[in-house]
Design a protein around this ligand. Structure first.
Ligand SMILES: Cc1cc2nc3c(=O)[nH]c(=O)nc-3n(C[C@H](O)[C@H](O)[C@H](O)COP(=O)(O)OP(=O)(O)OC[C@H]3O[C@@H](n4cnc5c(N)ncnc54)[C@H](O)[C@@H]3O)c2cc1C
Length: 284
């Protein structure tokens, strides 16, 4: 097994392109997903790898008039300590602080979270609720894919083996409402039983994204339409039919389908209430 350690993006893309079909290089960023799954992923053991950590150009957070660009090596910690990112996209820092614990936050990348494709991911829901796009690059060129169109199935995506994620872009918007909820067995080092990210802006309307309730992190278009045109929900049960059209929770080692459905409706109801109303109801 060979580990390639390029220091430039072009060299990395050349290495990916020069592989014979069926023997793609395995990109490694923080390694926090790859190494955890190493004992089970026997097929990875003989595979040559591409260590991205030497490519400084992928490390940065960049701002433009349109918004924020997270380089492929941007970590959760990079966002937590960036006050401008915290002000413009508060859900990013909120989710980042709930990923693993500080060791994982300082090593794990947003791009790794996206490509890993876990349905229980914490980074993906908030990125999707902000209408993030994924920038893919290969020797053949670049393309930009909306994150809500990136996944094709459980841990599968439109990314080709010769492509790297080089950045994640978030458009700047004024949000009237932004919420992230992670329901897990404890506050740190927990995998979500249910995850939810919700935003509402004048430009784009509602975005409702659910995690751990479908084969992929998933936007909920039926719920979004219900919130857009229907009367405000008077109880969690008012959202269950719309949620049922968007998600398909299962029983597994972390929870049951029934628990996930009921809790998701509850946290969604709380999340979409105006802040003052939520406080009043909580006090009752
Ligand atoms: C103890 C522990 C706790 C954790 N807790 C959480 C948690 O609470 N919430 C959560 O969401 N996740 C959690 N994780 C999972 C993991 O830390 C995150 O998913 C992290 O964001 C992965 O990023 P990474 O840079 O380490 O990815 P890596 O492990 O390096 O890579 C992950 C996958 O992405 C691919 N990849 C990485 N970068 C690129 C790129 N630029 N282009 C193409 N492919 C790429 C790799 O080939 C691999 O398939 C935890 C992991 C551990 C070990």
């Amino acid at each position: 097994m060979t580990v390639h350690r390029p220091t430039g993006l072009d060299a990395a893309l050349d290495l990916l392109a020069d592989r014979s079909p069926g023997h793609p290089l395995l990109p490694i960023a923080g390694g926090t997903d790859l190494l955890v799954h190493w004992p089970q992923k026997i097929d990875h053991h003989g595979r040559d790898s591409l260590d991205l950590l030497g490519i400084d150009a992928l490390r940065r957070l960049r701002w433009s008039d349109d918004g924020l660009e997270l380089g492929a090596l941007a970590t959760y910690w990079d966002v937590i300590v960036d006050s401008r990112a915290g002000d413009a996209f508060p859900l990013l820092a909120e989710a980042a602080r709930q990923v693993g614990a500080i060791q994982i936050q300082s090593r794990g990348t947003w791009a790794g979270n996206v490509v890993n494709g876990s349905p229980a991911a914490d980074g993906v829901p908030v990125l999707m609720a902000y209408d993030a796009t994924v920038v893919l690059a290969s020797r053949a060129g670049r393309r930009e894919i909306p994150l809500d169109a990136f996944y094709t199935g459980y841990r599968e995506s439109v990314r080709r083996p010769d492509e790297l994620v080089v950045a994640i872009r978030l458009p700047q918007r004024r949000h009237a409402l932004q919420r992230f909820v992670k329901v897990g067995p404890r506050r740190a080092q927990a995998i979500a039983k249910v995850g939810l990210a919700v935003t509402r802006s004048d430009d784009a309307g509602w975005r409702v994204v659910a995690a751990s309730v479908a084969p992929t992190v998933r936007r909920c278009p039926t719920v979004e339409a219900r919130l857009e045109v229907g009367p405000p929900p008077a109880a969690p049960e008012d959202l269950e039919a719309a949620l049922g059209a968007d998600v398909s929770p299962i029983d597994d080692v972390r929870s049951t389908a029934r628990y996930r459905s009921r809790v998701l409706a509850r946290v969604l109801y709380d999340a979409v209430l105006p802040a003052g109303e939520a406080a009043t109801k909580a006090g009752r």
